[in-house]
Ligand binder design. Structure first.
Ligand code: AMP
Ligand code: MN
Ligand code: MN
Ligand code: MN
Length: 285
């Protein structure tokens, strides 16, 4: 049997809501045995040059990456892009637009938290922000832990910042069509991130997969830090049903917060074609 490649094609740096720099992540990926790596910051490709240079210095094969926030059927869906040209103008402009509403949203989140008795959350979250254009719920979660409101960030997302809880501000992200277009138009491959996380009904999920394919999307994350082993089997079956390529990524954010470390993923289930087979000519060596 051929050696299954230890690919890890999903993680975050200080350029979005991770706690490690692109360079520290490259180093960690290498040490943990990753053989093909991609940094996929939220709505932002400002870390791509640094990640690619650090990977090159470590002889770690690299694919460009991003994770785009999309609004679909009243929920937020994440679309990962891999192997695109980071200089592409449409992609850069689209991501800039998508990032645009985050500052105002953060102020509204802080106002809601203040009404729930938690003051100073905006300033508190800002202390954790590495990129002023990318203030996210994760930064608020870290501040709420620091302030002693919750014991860890998982508890924050159970009690705050999610639908129906204090600090949740609905937001209009990119459309599925636009996100896939930006990625594909820049020569990359679009991949549905962690599908088990969305809580869609079977009909909504079917619509997501069908529309995604219709727009030119080609892959789905099957093995991720957000999926159980059973969920990996469920989405392996979906990949086969929809003729999608399969991806694998830890979604690593931080040594203390993430369930799974870089490279510590199960192999893809049998009978799937990995995304990296179709991306071989986009890999940077
Ligand atoms: P935002 O893009 O500002 O809406 O923030 C989304 C980020 O919050 C995700 O990428 C995760 O890093 C984090 N997040 C969302 N939900 C949870 C959760 N239930 N547990 C832990 N982290 C979460
Ligand atoms: Mn995140
Ligand atoms: Mn995500
Ligand atoms: Mn992610």
């Amino acid at each position: 049997m051929p050696h299954p490649l230890n690919a890890d094609l999903h993680c975050h740096s200080t350029v979005s809501d991770g706690t490690l720099s692109p360079e520290a992540l490259a180093e960690r990926a290498k040490v943990r045995g990753v053989e093909l790596w991609a940094l996929t910051d939220h709505d932002e490709i400002g870390g791509q040059e640094r990640a690619a240079a650090a990977a090159h210095a470590l002889a770690l094969p690299y694919l460009t990456g991003v994770e785009i926030s999309v609004s679909f059927a009243g929920k937020t869906v994440h679309i990962v892009g891999l192997g695109f040209d980071p200089r592409n103008d449409m992609l850069r402009h689209g991501l800039e637009q998508t990032r645009g509403g985050r500052g105002q949203r953060a102020r509204e989140m802080a106002d809601q938290l203040a009404r729930a008795g938690i003051v100073g959350a905006y300033e508190g979250a800002l202390k954790y922000v590495g990129n002023p254009e990318l203030i996210s719920r994760t930064h608020f979660a870290r501040y709420l832990v620091e302030a002693g409101v919750c014991a860890d960030t998982n508890e924050v997302f159970r009690r705050f910042l999610t639908e129906g809880k204090p600090g949740f501000v609905p937001h209009r992200w990119a459309s599925l069509h636009d996100a896939v277009q930006w990625i594909v138009g820049a020569g990359g491959m679009a991949v549905i991130a962690h599908p088990a996380r969305y809580g869609f009904t079977p009909n909504e999920e079917y619509a997501l997969f069908l529309e995604f394919k219709g727009h030119g999307g080609q892959g789905v994350e099957v093995v991720t830090g957000s999926h159980t082993a059973a969920e990996a089997q469920t989405y392996a079956a979906m990949a086969r049903e929809f003729g999608l390529l399969a991806s694998r990524g830890s979604d690593f954010h931080s040594p203390t917060e993430s369930r799974l470390d870089l490279g510590a993923l199960d192999p893809l289930p049998e009978g799937l074609t990995p995304v990296w087979e179709a991306l071989a000519d986009r890999v940077l060596h």
